[in-house]
Write a protein that binds this ligand. Structure first.
Ligand SMILES: O=P(O)(O)OC[C@H]1O[C@H](O[C@H]2O[C@H](CO)[C@@H](O)[C@H](O)[C@H]2O)[C@H](O)[C@@H](O)[C@@H]1O
Length: 247
């Protein structure tokens, strides 16, 4: 695959009832029995080096940092008669918001902390810049929102981070002056340089895994064809991560 080709995302829905019969290589990660991340057979063996790379990620406090800066899962009860008590989740969420207040309720506090600091703005796309809609292909942002993002990007470096493919987010937003991080940060592009709109610099930390991803993806497409109602869009890294995490 050409590294200039965007690394693509989107999830492929898979019926849970079908999961038990899926190839082990497509099931959620668990400690590898031997020296492989995925089991042998249909797909491929991953040498110890790759497992080491994942261990490095865990050991390097990235995951802890990401977890601590993300809101705690908030339990929801959909059943009015349920005995489930969500107060623990509410308390955890309230405690978390003390460290990570909403800009809407703590604007003065945030401007105070921001004094003398360089500021960058990181935005989500779905549900933040666009409304949540049933069809992900129709999650358009409004012209007003586009104009607001354009204005703020004149003041601060501004990035959009998404689980979607970088291409898809760019297609929706269309502003060349932003950073775009698609596929959960695996495919990052800096703002286009110059007035010709030439593509900005790319940072694709997973590029060394592309041959392996390509191979797994091909198998994924084949497997998904057998699953009722499932579709695989033109995606690679994000699609793979989504399917693994959905299961
Ligand atoms: O990483 P994010 O930018 O937060 O992306 C999360 C997912 O966003 C999209 O799905 C969500 O928005 C859709 C359109 O409104 C909605 O139909 C879906 O229910 C939401 O989950 C996108 O389609 C996913 O690939 C992203 O993972």
């Amino acid at each position: 695959m050409d590294l200039k080709t965007p690394v693509l995302a989107e999830s492929a829905p898979i019926k849970k009832s079908r999961l038990s019969s899926m190839h082990p290589s497509l099931l959620p990660y668990s400690a590898p029995p031997q020296r492989t991340l995925f089991s042998t057979g249909m797909l491929l063996s991953i040498p110890r080096k790759k497992i080491g790379a994942l261990d490095d990620v865990r050991a390097a406090t990235w995951l802890d940092a990401m977890k601590s800066s993300s809101p705690p899962p908030k339990p929801f009860s959909y059943d009015a008669n349920s005995k489930y008590d969500s107060s623990d989740g509410d308390a955890a969420y309230r405690a978390w918001t003390l460290n990570y207040p909403s800009a809407l309720t703590a604007f003065d506090q945030i401007t105070h902390f921001a004094k003398g600091k360089r500021i960058a703005l990181f935005l989500d796309y779905d549900g933040t810049l666009s409304p949540i809609v049933d069809n992900p292909d129709l999650a358009f942002m409004s012209d007003d929102m586009r104009s607001a993002v354009k204005d703020v990007a004149k003041l601060f470096p501004t990035a959009i981070i998404s689980g979607r493919s970088r291409d898809k987010v760019y297609e929706f937003v269309g502003l060349t002056e932003l950073y775009y991080a698609g596929s959960h940060g695996m495919d990052i592009m800096s703002p286009a340089k110059g007035s010709d709109g030439k593509e900005g610099a790319l940072f694709q930390p997973a590029s060394e895994f592309l041959p392996m991803i390509e191979e797994v993806y091909t198998s994924l497409v084949e497997t998904t064809k057998e699953i009722e109602g499932a579709t695989v869009e033109d995606n690679k890294i994000g699609g793979l991560l989504h399917v693994v995490s959905v299961m």
